[in-house]
Design a protein. Sequence first.
Length: 155
Amino acid sequence: MKLLMISGDRGVFEPGSAFRERLKDYGGLFEEIHVVVFAGPEYIATTIDPNISIIPTKASNKVLSLWKAFRLAAGIVRRDPDNFLLSSQEEFGGLVGIAIKARYRVPWQAQIHSDIFNPYFRLFSKKNRLRAFLARHTLRRASCVRVVSERIKKS
């Protein structure tokens, strides 16, 4: 089985980061792992293990980054759609997740790391209101949803 992740965590490009180290652990569980990261033009695609690749979108804005993430993900999944799992960590990645799941019929796991349905979360900023709105519409299309805490699960 192969894993494709859509992520906004640019820390994966830093040697020794927690995300990068977790990926190395996951490397033994999957034939291949590809991580498409919402990251600007200054980031360079890299391979951190023989079966783990990190690919930046190299886009200068969020809208273009979404389009590039979809194109990169589609190019990866297209080769072997029956053997891929898709995972995305944030609401914007969920838009890419929905599109890849619909186009290639790949199972999609949505991950929630913030308590986006807490009313105080939405009050914090316009971006958080947008994130909560997107989550309400994307999560119901996920094959499954993984949360990182009981509080988020209840919310």
